[in-house]
Ligand binder design. Sequence first.
Ligand SMILES: Nc1nc2c(ncn2[C@@H]2O[C@H](COP(=O)(O)OP(=O)(O)OP(=O)(O)O)[C@@H](O)[C@H]2O)c(=O)[nH]1
Ligand SMILES: [Mg+2]
Length: 191
Amino acid sequence: MSIKSAEFVKGVVIGADRILEENKLQVAFIGRSNVGKSSVINSLVGRKKLVKSSSTPGKTKEINFFLINEKIYFVDLPGYGFAKASFEQREKIRQLILWYLISVEIANRKIVMIVDARVGLTKLDLEMIDILNENGHEFIIVANKEDKLKRSERSKKLKEIYKKAGGKKIIFYSAKSGEGKNEVLASIFNG
Ligand SMILES: Nc1nc2c(ncn2[C@@H]2O[C@H](COP(=O)(O)OP(=O)(O)OP(=O)(O)O)[C@@H](O)[C@H]2O)c(=O)[nH]1
Ligand SMILES: [Mg+2]
């Protein structure tokens, strides 16, 4: 499937919202702060500035809904674990993410977990994987910023992430070069 149109619809915070009850597929992008969730969405839809991304972590503060091809939503979540945020700020973001993943019942949802290919899975990522598994959510792992990895480091990193993730499918990705784009799109739409 190719992406023909993408538009920002709205930002959602904790509370009832009609958009959550719509019968459209929601593809949610989750991950630590600054791993490139917003950049990955931009590169997938082929629009550099659809989603605000920034070198300052903690850019995304709401759950942002983007309508793709007028029929599915890409959902950009704030990142967890931004070290420089205050405890209250981090906790607020954490509650928002957990609310969306645990409390909101969504008929049709796919989850894409983004990690930094160089860093691999951190303690926070492993906690998130536990939460996803406990709540019966299927997900794929996208290891972004692979352009920053040396060729020689790739297979070692891949094995390391694969092992830690308990044998999950991992897709190497670069929002910068577009590497992995077809594989991620195929996984979202056909997988
Ligand atoms: N080299 C490289 N840099 C990237 C890539 N993806 C994102 N970045 C950079 O990483 C930084 C963070 O990107 P964002 O897309 O804002 O990250 P985010 O996960 O949405 O961040 P929060 O919303 O703060 O959680 C920016 O400076 C991006 O330009 C990539 O594939 N390669
Ligand atoms: Mg973001």
